[in-house]
Design a protein around this ligand. Structure first.
Ligand SMILES: Cc1cc2nc3c(=O)[nH]c(=O)nc-3n(C[C@H](O)[C@H](O)[C@H](O)COP(=O)(O)OP(=O)(O)OC[C@H]3O[C@@H](n4cnc5c(N)ncnc54)[C@H](O)[C@@H]3O)c2cc1C
Length: 418
């Protein structure tokens, strides 16, 4: 499975976060193994934008060029209160190299990362699932199952994935980037509590001729927040918050109304639902509605892990946090923390840092996520905040497509203090 030399780090999960962790380690000369239980790469198209800080990170990893080429650039946020346009926020006021958000599908980003890993001779082991792991003294004992398709049946063949073989080995470090249902987190017996109410969004992705003018549109109402992202290929994605949405309880009898995405099943919507939500919440949207690729209700939870790891097992990305989809924070902050974690692990392995580097990672992550999720209740409107915006201040900050200095740059324009 691993060739002649054993890996120094096992990365579990080849989503954007695991791929960035593996690429960072490979560039540092660390022997890295990356596994994913899925059978093929780049199957995800959920998160759709890269913050300025993520672009700077991709530049460091030498893959910003193709991202900029392919992406649609968003340099402003059009803010609406109800149906009325109120403000325009400028992205890129903090003086970074990339003064915009790059809109591209998560699947395209994953494709670029897979290619960059191949250049560093790192092959992803698709169809390999972490089964168990135990933290030992100086290493982690892991069991990985290799999955194979089993096709059986007479008149109608039936396929399912079965365990073809198992591999047990020791590895100095494990990075758990295995998404919101993380087995690494569960094996560590770490709590992943909800830190705010879950929200339902009606999500529609469709072809349109609407001219977004390089802006994303954020529509705030007393009871809901809504966002429209332009996409690079003449499509857009509208997400409408549905407060009080009651998900269908019995899904068995409503199969034709369900939509499968990321291993989950979501209620499917109709074009009429899109038309009425637009008429009610964004009557200014005068674009056409062409082919609708997504029309479903998705439930988004807000969760934050109690600890980002210990000793030789560490978490990054959705394995450790889930946030609102509006500002694409979970993936963006996730890839930045994956890079940071991988650098600390490389430093530790190469004798350039001791365990304190990883303890610092833990502290820094918890602090940043408590701030992004407003867990200390510290996001405050001030006198400089426009009157109309004051009731929405903290919710708005959680939905802005930025973190760190860039987020400060945006909140300053609104007179909101963090
Ligand atoms: C249906 C859906 C819709 C979403 N919509 C949005 C959105 O609109 N906006 C937004 O910002 N974000 C959205 N997200 C979240 C976004 O996709 C994530 O933030 C992002 O993918 C996080 O990346 P990650 O690498 O941490 O995890 P993931 O992308 O989830 O990757 C984890 C990987 O780990 C693998 N894995 C899991 N368990 C194991 C195991 N035991 N062994 C080996 N491999 C394993 C999985 O196969 C997967 O490939 C959505 C997520 C979902 C599921």
């Amino acid at each position: 499975m691993f060739g002649k030399k054993k890996p120094e780090v096992l990365v579990v999960g080849a989503g954007p976060v695991g791929l960035v962790a593996a690429l960072t380690l490979a560039r540092r000369g660390v022997r890295v193994q990356i596994i994913d239980e899925a059978w093929r790469p780049t199957a995800h198209a959920y998160a759709l934008a890269l913050h300025p800080a993520s672009l700077a990170l991709l530049a460091e990893l030498d893959i910003a060029g193709p991202v900029i080429e392919e992406a649609y650039q968003v340099d402003g946020i059009g803010l609406y209160e109800g149906t009325e346009r109120r403000e325009r926020l400028s992205i890129g006021t903090s003086g970074g190299v990339y003064p915009h958000v790059a809109v591209m599908r998560q699947s395209s980003l994953e494709g670029l990362l897979v290619d960059a890993l191949a250049e560093h001779k790192v092959k992803i082991d698709w169809n390999h699932r972490l089964a168990r792991m135990t933290q030992g003294d100086g290493s982690v004992a892991v069991s990985v199952d290799k999955l194979e398709k089993d096709t059986t049946g007479y008149a109608v063949t039936h396929s399912s994935w079965v365990v073809a073989s198992g591999h047990d080995f020791d590895v100095p470090y494990v990075i758990g980037a295995d998404g919101h249902r993380s087995l690494v987190r569960r094996q560590l017996r770490m709590d992943f509590p909800e830190v705010g109410p879950a929200k339902h969004f009606a999500v529609f992705e469709f072809a349109t001729d609407f001219d977004f003018g390089h802006e994303l549109r954020l529509v705030l109402n007393e009871t809901n927040a809504n966002v429209a992202w332009p996409l690079p290929d003449g499509n857009c994605r509208w997400s409408f918050e549905l407060p009080g949405y009651d998900a269908p309880k019995d899904q068995r009898h409503k199969d034709r109304h369900m939509y499968e995405l990321g291993g989950m099943r979501y209620p499917q919507l109709e074009e009429d639902n899109l038309r009425s939500l637009l008429a009610e919440r964004a009557p200014w949207f005068d674009g056409s509605i062409g082919d609708i690729r997504w029309r479903l209700v998705v439930r988004f939870e807000r969760r934050l892990v109690k600890s980002f790891g210990a000793d030789r097992i560490w978490l990054a990305g959705d394995a450790a946090h889930m946030a609102s989809p509006i500002g694409i924070q979970s993936m963006n902050v996730g890839i930045q923390e994956a890079h940071r974690l991988a650098e600390s692990v490389a430093d530790t392995l190469q004798g350039k840092a001791d365990d304190k580097a990883l303890a610092a990672y833990e502290k820094e992550r918890v602090t940043q996520w408590r701030q992004l999720l407003d867990l200390g209740g510290k996001l405050k409107a001030t006198e400089a905040t426009p009157e109309w915006l004051r009731p929405y201040a903290s919710e708005l900050v959680m939905g802005l497509p930025a973190s760190g200095a860039e987020l400060d740059g945006l909140t300053k324009q609104l007179g909101i203090e963090i």
